[in-house]
Each structure stands twice: as structure tokens, then as C-alpha cells.
Ligand binder design. Structure first.
Ligand code: ADP
Ligand code: MG
Length: 232
């Protein structure tokens, strides 16, 4: 295993008007390849903030964020966007597929954005969709797919660029238990094949899929679950 990303004493504070919210208290954590890490916590505990720091979507108020060994806290917005495009894939609760595009076109999108030819993008996208058992739905529009199928298209889109880090924010929250298990198995497979996969969830039932679990409670990260009753 290698460290792919890490936070060193990173903290995120939001100021709105005269109130200050510490969304994430000082946190030091390493993200490894070949590992599916679950970040568990009740609603409002700071999970998305933590994921957004790892994903270079926001800057920390204090501390540092390292991606592949580089401290990105001094980077410009433009350079940060480049880091995201090349190193990080995102999967969300609501899939974020582009509605007028079919499954194949959705998965081709990030490759075209990176400047690959249509032909090369198409080949890679088909392979990615086949790997999540969606090879027979290439031409389907998102509205013709179930929630679980849409999420598998989103996973194909995330893996097609071969980014080292795959970040998932509540990826199973809109799915039934069976589809959730399929999605988690696909994510687990990604980790097994070498990626660093981070899954944020408030669903304690996902714990069996994790190689490693951290808990976020009131902005504090720990490896112990403090209060199971908060998870609803
Ligand atoms: P979770 O994902 O666990 O539900 P979040 O990381 O979204 O939690 O939020 C943690 C805390 O930070 C919450 O109190 C939330 O209201 C606050 N927060 C998150 N994002 C912002 C923002 N952009 N501006 C102000 N407060 C925010
Ligand atoms: Mg959240």
C-alpha cells in the first residue's frame, strides 16, 4: 500500500455573518491505494467537508493537503482544477449523469474533457461500462435506468480516466439494499485493482465492505464509533 493523499492538521472553518462553524477540526489522516475507506458520521458531522478537502474542492483554513506527495494548499484554483481532473474522480448520491446523453456518452465525457479522441474515448468507455456489467445498456438514457444502474454508470465514468483517487459522497443513499450492495462491490473491486476509494456514508450497514473505517463526529475524526444512536 502507498499513501496517495493525506491531510496534515487540516481544519475547515466556515464564517457566515457573525457565526463561525468548525466544519472539520484539525485532522491528520492518510489515504492509501488498494483500500476502500469508509468515512462514517451522522448528518452534519463534517463528512462532506472532509471529502471535499481530500478532493481538492475546498482549501483548508489551517493545515495542509497532500496529493501524491504534493502540498496543494498553495496552488491556484486553476492548478487545483487540473489536479482534480488528473487524479480524482467523484461519485455522488444523485449520480450527476448528464440527462440528454446516453450511458456511453456520459462515460466518454471526462476523457473528451482531457482531450482524448472520440474513438479512443469510446473504446475505453465501453470497457469501463462492461466492467460494471452495463455493457448491454450503452445506448440507454439515464431516465431509462434504475438508480442502481445509474450509479454503476457513474462508477464507470469515475474509473474510465484511471484517476488514482475515487471519492464517493453517500453513493448508496438513494438505492435499495440490493443495488447498494452491487455498487459497494463494484467500488470494492476498484480498490482491489489499485485505487484509493473513499466512501462517505451515514449508513452503518455499509461497514462490512470497508477495509478501513473512520468516524466523524461533530467535526472530529477518530477510529472509534462514539455514539451509535446518532446514526439514523
Ligand atoms: P455532513 O456531510 O457530515 O452532513 P458537512 O461536512 O456537509 O456535514 O457539514 C459540516 C458542518 O459544516 C455543518 O454544520 C454544515 O452546516 C457546515 N457547512 C458545510 N458547508 C458549509 C458552507 N459552505 N458554509 C457554511 N457552513 C457549512
Ligand atoms: Mg454530506
Amino acid at each position: 500500500m502507498e499513501i496517495i493523499a493525506s491531510l496534515k492538521d487540516a481544519k475547515k472553518v466556515y464564517k457566515t455573518g457573525d457565526t463561525t462553524i468548525t466544519a472539520l477540526d484539525n485532522t491528520t489522516i492518510d489515504i492509501h491505494n488498494k483500500e476502500l475507506m469508509l468515512i462514517m458520521g451522522p448528518s452534519g458531522s463534517g463528512k462532506t467537508t472532509l471529502l471535499s478537502l481530500i478532493g481538492c474542492v475546498i482549501y483548508p483554513t489551517e493545515g495542509e493537503v497532500f496529493i501524491q506527495g504534493n502540498d496543494i494548499t498553495g496552488y491556484s484554483e486553476k492548478k487545483l482544477a487540473q489536479i482534480r481532473l488528473n487524479n480524482i474522480s467523484f461519485i455522488f448520491q444523485h449520480f450527476n449523469l448528464i440527462n440528454p446523453l446516453n450511458a456511453l456518452e456520459n462515460v466518454m465525457q471526462p476523457l473528451l474533457l482531457k482531450g482524448e479522441s472520440t474513438e479512443a474515448a469510446k473504446k475505453k468507455a465501453i470497457l469501463a461500462l462492461e466492467s460494471v456489467n452495463m455493457g448491454d445498456r450503452l445506448n440507454s438514457l439515464p431516465k431509462k435506468l434504475s438508480g442502481g444502474q445509474k450509479q454503476r454508470v457513474a462508477i464507470a465514468r469515475a474509473l474510465v480516466t484511471d484517476a488514482a483517487i475515487v471519492l464517493c459522497d453517500e453513493p448508496t443513499a438513494s438505492l435499495d439494499a440490493k443495488s447498494a450492495a452491487l455498487v459497494m462491490n463494484d467500488l470494492k473491486e476498484l480498490a482491489k485493482n489499485g485505487k484509493a476509494v473513499v466512501v462517505v456514508t451515514h449508513d452503518l450497514r455499509l461497514r462490512p465492505f470497508a477495509d478501513r473505517i473512520v468516524y466523524v463526529e461533530e467535526g472530529k475524526v477518530s477510529d472509534r464509533l462514539e455514539n451509535e444512536a446518532d446514526y439514523k
